[in-house]
Design a protein around this ligand. Structure first.
Ligand code: AHG
Ligand code: MN
Ligand code: MN
Length: 356
């Protein structure tokens, strides 16, 4: 993988290798647009606004972590206040970026009870759904959080001056998304994006250039890996089959190695690791949260599209394809299992065994 200072050809000791041909997200989007002769450029402009919001949120999260560290040493700021502040800042940045892009007609955010409708742009063709800060309970500990997004293209007959768009117009299954992705704010900011029927590409924010650089082209999920990621503290609420499945990973039988557990508690970070290493990420529906915890529109569906396009599987707690699930309300929740093909297949098999 050639990095920004690396032309891939080696170089003399002590000499920096300069790669003058790096692929930035901006370049990538332009090249994708050129492949579609009928493209108007609206999607590219929307993505430019999105990438600006990711850079801004990354910047504020870096600053907030410093404040939180001071807080741990005796500041009067309460943990709850700081978290709330960042959720609000992330949300405000996102709303402002979408509004000013002039390409977004309607925005659904986890932080907003109602959908935000931009009537000042009646011909804007896109609907955007987002979780501005995912994993915010991890913020004070400086643990990775992220932003998740999905993009839908609205039908022409509801667009234009004099026409109105309602929240119901975004109650669509994930199969209708034209693109989805997330940015993880970790040691560096990592953006992973996919387009309908396309590959999955990962970019790393290079802070001095202020550009996302293509560092993980065409990401492919390993078909299997012995890692599971779930909040096991909920196991007393799980169904019998859910417990049976996770027990089978921990006690695989005579002479076999058990799975490793990895749970960060930020879906974006757990999903990113799963995309890179393989394994399974789950947040099952249970007796405490019978509909599940994670939100269909802006958490489950965008991740499902990324996982499918990277060669994985994503299902809900009834083993239905997550991308086919149509929410009835913008904040509807679902159980979720996503990961490597073989690992998710094991859950489907266990479910079928118990439900027969
Ligand atoms: P959010 O911060 O947007 O509310 O999402 C938190 C989600 C998700 O990131 C994570 O996978 C899950 O909640 C963690 O929940 P538990 O603390 O119940 O494990
Ligand atoms: Mn979330
Ligand atoms: Mn959130």
């Amino acid at each position: 993988m050639a990095g920004i200072g690396d032309n891939g050809n080696g170089g003399a000791v002590g000499q920096e290798n300069i790669n003058p041909d790096i692929v930035t997200l901006t370049r990538f989007l332009t090249e994708e647009q050129v492949k579609v002769p009928e493209a108007t450029g609206d999607f590219t402009l929307l993505c430019h606004a999105l990438q600006f919001s990711f850079k801004s949120i990354a910047y504020f999260i870096r600053r907030a972590s410093l404040i939180n560290l001071t807080g741990l040493a005796g500041s009067s700021n309460t943990t709850g206040d700081d978290q709330k502040k960042l959720d609000v800042i992330g949300n405000d940045i996102f709303i402002s970026a979408m509004k000013s892009s002039s390409k977004c007609r309607i925005l659904v955010s986890e932080e907003e009870e109602e959908a935000i409708i931009f009537d000042e742009h009646p011909s804007a063709r896109y609907a955007v759904v987002c979780d501005p800060i995912d994993g915010s309970s991890n913020l004070d500990a400086g643990v990775s959080v992220g932003t998740i997004f999905g993009i839908f293209k609205l039908p022409d007959d509801i667009l234009g001056p004099g026409k109105s768009v309602k929240a119901e117009d975004v109650l669509l299954p994930g199969t209708e998304m034209v693109a989805s992705g997330f940015t993880m704010y970790g040691a560096s900011a990592q953006l992973v994006i996919t387009m309908k029927g396309g590959g999955v590409n990962g970019f790393t924010l290079e802070n001095s250039l202020g550009e996302f650089i293509l560092t993980h082209p065409n990401m492919q999920l390993p078909p299997k890996r012995a890692i599971y990621s779930v909040n096991e503290g909920n196991s007393m609420y799980w169904d019998e089959w859910t417990n049976a499945y996770f027990d089978s990973l921990k006690r695989p039988g005579e002479g076999m190695k058990p799975y490793s557990a990895r749970y960060i508690g930020s879906m974006v970070a757990d999903a990113y690791r799963t995309l890179l290493y393989g394994g399974i990420f789950a947040y099952p529906a249970d007796s405490k949260s019978p509909k599940g915890k994670l939100r269909i529109l802006y958490e489950c569906a965008p991740m499902a599209m990324l996982f499918e396009n990277a060669g994985g599987i994503a299902v809900n707690s009834r083993m239905e394809r997550l991308l086919s699930v149509q929410p009835e309300h913008i904040h509807d929740r679902s159980g979720v299992f996503l990961g490597s093909k073989d690992e998710v297949q094991k859950i489907i098999d266990t479910y079928n065994k118990y439900k027969k």
